[in-house]
Design a binder for this molecule. Structure first.
Ligand code: CDP
Length: 230
């Protein structure tokens, strides 16, 4: 089963679009589209953190919030926070934290809001990729950039960037992965399904090389913005 339902090759991601500066009122913002999945990220701060007892006098704090819009999926999602959103907000924060340096901003917070406006699998990865772009666009000091994509196994074969139809195949395994561009570290690794050690290594190699491709697209989006706003 080499051909995928949508005609892609095993190592081929869906079509990608990336753009920064999409929300004027935010300090930094980005849109990241992969196939039919669309994530928008908005960054506010650094600004003083309230309530004050949450402040850290040694460093600023990164706070991420992931939300999937009610209209983003075919079966309307109940608005507001849920368990899945809380989990994805947490892993988004963990995936981005190694890339930012908030040591210059004691007692402050940098807020990252990720909104999924259209969902067709891979939304946490699209959100992380958009958030990293929005942080860079906001001028937050960064040691690295983060890109994310999922790899997965369907009927014993490894593919990158599973679509919703692929994820829904019986016994499919989904592995969202985030990587830093410079240090090549994995900052997110989740696994939903079964996989052997050999298959996992193959999936991680594929996810990492795909993250490198996404990072090039991130760089291009930032360069395009600065060229247009020189
Ligand atoms: O989106 P991601 O792959 O990061 O996370 P998931 O929890 O594995 O969700 C996979 C997909 O299921 C989402 O991208 C949506 O397309 C769909 N979904 C949905 O239709 N309704 C929900 N309440 C949650 C997810």
């Amino acid at each position: 089963m080499d051909k995928r339902a949508d005609g892609r090759k095993a190592d081929e991601m869906r079509e990608i679009e990336a753009k920064v500066g999409v929300i004027k009122r935010a300090d930094g913002s980005a849109l990241f589209k992969i196939g039919d999945t669309i994530a928008i990220a908005a960054v506010y701060g650094p600004r003083e953190l309230h309530p004050r007892y949450l402040q850290n006098p040694e460093t600023g704090i990164l706070r991420c919030n992931y939300d999937m819009a009610s209209f983003s999926v075919t079966e309307r999602k109940k608005p507001g926070p849920n368990r899945r959103g809380v989990e994805i907000s947490l892993v988004t924060e963990k995936a981005l934290l190694p890339a930012v340096d908030l040591s210059q901003f004691p007692n402050a917070v940098v807020d990252v809001f990720v909104e999924i406006v259209q969902a067709n699998a891979g939304t946490r990865c699209a959100g992380i990729t958009a958030a990293s772009l929005a942080l860079a666009h906001a001028g937050i000091p960064m040691k690295d950039m983060v890109a994310a994509v999922s790899a997965g196994k369907i009927n014993g074969k490894i593919y990158v960037d599973l679509s919703k139809d692929e994820e829904d195949v019986e016994d499919a395994t989904d592995i969202p992965v985030a990587c830093t561009a410079r240090t090549k570290k994995i900052t997110l690794l989740q696994l939903d399904g079964n996989i052997t050690k050999k298959e996992l290594i193959e999936a991680l190699i594929l996810a990492k090389s795909s993250c490198e491709k996404i990072n090039k697209i991130q760089e291009k989006a930032l360069l395009e913005f600065y060229r247009q706003n020189e």
